[in-house]
Ligand binder design. Structure first.
Ligand code: GSH
Length: 143
């Protein structure tokens, strides 16, 4: 998602290949032998792995506006901190909210910032259906 948003923001055309996590493709295993995870960006026949690294790569290679990362080193560091925070803390909390049973437990995903994010032009076509996301969350939580 993060990588596709970055590509959309830069208005870069790409081919998206859906991955089956239960039966990983040869292309994925060859492209990311270390983690065997998506996303992987294949550019000029070279695979780039890890979403944050890919976003940096996109920003450096495709110089068109908008710039994705701040040019000031301190601002870049702060951006990096929060992106890492989202990976480490936020996703887990989001999944717990998504599989919550009560309205209160599910409340977090219905907030206004989330709705605004999901309705943004570069994001809205990428958002998976809620049912699909919930299945994925349950799969991750069950290990
Ligand atoms: N730190 C990695 C995390 C990648 C990740 O967790 N990818 C998930 C999908 S969002 C995946 O490939 N899951 C399949 C698996 O863990 O086998 C990144 O930001 O790229």
């Amino acid at each position: 998602m993060r990588v596709r948003i970055a590509l959309n923001l830069k208005n870069i055309e790409y081919e998206y290949l859906e991955q089956n996590y239960a039966v990983k493709s040869e292309l994925l295993l060859q492209s990311n032998p270390v983690y065997k995870k998506v996303p992987v960006l294949i550019h000029n026949d070279q695979p780039i792995c890890e979403s944050l690294i890919i976003v940096h790569y996109i920003d450096e290679v495709f110089m068109s506006d908008p710039s994705l990362l701040p040019s000031d080193p301190f601002d870049r560091a702060v951006t990096h901190l929060w992106a890492t925070y989202i990976d480490d803390k936020w996703y887990g909390a989001l999944f717990e909210v998504m599989i919550g049973q009560t309205d209160e437990e599910k409340g977090g995903v219905r907030g206004l910032p989330t709705q605004r994010f999901c309705s943004n032009a570069v994001v809205k076509d990428l958002m998976p259906e809620t049912e699909k996301l919930m299945e994925f969350a349950k799969m991750l939580i069950s290990g």
